[in-house]
Design a protein around this ligand. Structure first.
Ligand code: MEV
Length: 426
């Protein structure tokens, strides 16, 4: 991005200036501008519709990670996270990179039907698979969600499982969920499908539920960080850190936690189900490596000695339905992103995960994360110490200047500041 770009040096702007920049560049309506000015949030009556026993709402920072160029398009990425440094780190990684290229599979999710108590499970499964074409045709002729959008059931697989409760059949109904995350649609389709299946078998259809292990919905992203930008020594450090994660599951979990810092932040901002993404990503990190937990990213060097980063992660995310549409901040996030499909969103999230992971390895392999993290965290520490208004900036600055960032120092500086300005409160 060049110097005239509205998002250049975004972090140096005040919060109000940042709000104006995003309002202008993404053509926000007066209502959307007001939403930002009011601190966002959910109306209580909407919150009351979304969950049970609601007594309020809960806020988190809504920020923008900048400098991303994904598949040739400059992007600003809405991040919702409580953790200091995450947004700055992703923005830095994106700035240092040569831009991200993505490749995302068709949005096929799996719905599972559990069938118990068949006299001969192999025989029942065979009958089901022999009738697959008719079963799918009948299902497609039913009144199903997603049909109007070109989605719906695509295929049927099955196997007999040996379990501690005896043998049972599992059917996998593959459903194209288009731009939805798909949980509700799949569960509804399975409810329609179950009686059809029941007609063919002597056992009982029990569980009818989507699988969150969305292995057909893989998102890939890759990028290059040039040797002249990073330096050969830093690249070596990143490669050593990556090798460490591949060899130690204890390290790989923390490494992948860093990946998910980026993915979850966009998931939360866009109203997606981050628990589903977490469960799936970590299972996938085992599945692709014969059961041994490994990194979701890969790093290597090319012939020029540049650092090549890749990520491959299943991302069952939606841009329609559920909280993505109900929560006004999620709608705003999707507008800022300017995405047209769930696949585009998944590619962006994969890029965010790769950037976040690279940024963590870069810090860890060089100065360590604590220094930068504490500098960015210093205002929260001042706040925790009881600073208010202008005191926060003053205490934070003093702790940074003296390289003494801790709660204890913040409390001491605050006491001193108040004594000097003649105020009693300590
Ligand atoms: C902290 O939220 C994430 C990191 O621990 C990730 C990592 O260690 O790679 C910094």
């Amino acid at each position: 991005m060049n110097a005239e770009h509205p998002y250049s040096k975004f972090y140096l702007r005040t919060l109000r200036e940042r709000q104006s920049i995003v309002a202008e560049t993404t053509d926000l309506t007066p209502e959307e501008r007001q939403l930002l000015l009011n601190g966002g949030g959910l109306q209580l009556d909407l919150a009351d519709l979304m969950s049970e026993n609601v007594i309020g709402t809960f806020g988190l920072p809504f920020a923008l990670a900048v400098n991303f160029v994904i598949d040739g398009t400059p992007r600003v990425l809405p991040f919702v996270t409580e953790e200091a440094s995450v947004v700055a780190a992703a923005s830095k990684a994106a700035k240092l990179s040569e831009g991200f290229t993505t490749d995302v599979d068709e949005p096929i999710m799996i719905g599972q039907l559990q069938i118990v108590k068949c006299r001969d499970p192999e025989q029942s499964l065979q009958s089901l698979l022999d009738n697959k074409v008719e079963l799918l045709r009948e299902l497609l002729n039913s009144d199903l969600p997603l049909k109007a959008f070109g989605g719906g059931p695509r295929d049927l697989h099955g196997e007999v499982l040996e379990t501690e409760r005896g043998r049972m059949i599992v059917l996998h109904l593959l459903v194209d969920v288009r731009d939805a995350m798909g949980a509700n649609a799949i569960n509804t389709i399975l409810e329609t499908f179950a009686p059809q299946v029941q007609k063919i078998i002597d056992g009982e259809v029990r569980l009818r539920i989507l699988s969150n292990l969305s292995t057909y919905r893989i998102a890939r992203a890759k990028t290059v960080w040039r040797r002249e930008t990073l330096g050969a020594e830093t690249i070596d450090g990143v490669l050593d850190a990556y090798a460490f994660a591949q060899a130690s599951p204890y390290r790989a979990v923390t490494h992948n936690k860093g990946v998910m810092n980026g993915i979850d932040a966009v998931a939360l901002a866009t109203g997606n189900d981050f628990r589903a993404l977490e469960a799936c990503a970590h299972a996938y990190a085992c599945l692709v490596n014969d059961g041994k937990y490994r990194s979701l990213t890969e790093f290597s060097t090319d012939d020029q000695g540049d650092l090549c980063g890749r990520i491959e992660v299943p991302l069952g995310v939606g841009t329609v339905g559920g909280s993505t549409r109900i929560n006004p901040m999620a709608r705003l996030a999707l507008k800022i992103l300017g995405v047209r499909s769930s696949r585009e969103l998944a590619g962006i999230m994969a890029s965010a995960g790769l950037a976040q992971n690279f940024a963590a390895l870069l810090s860890l392999a060089t100065e360590g994360i604590q220094r930068g993290h504490m500098r960015l965290h210093s205002k929260s520490i001042a706040l925790m110490a009881g600073a208010i208004g202008e005191e926060i900036e003053k205490i934070s600055l003093r702790m940074i200047q003296e390289d003494k960032i801790s709660l204890h120092n913040a409390e001491n500086f605050l006491a001193l500041l108040r004594r000097m300005s003649g105020e009693p409160g300590e």
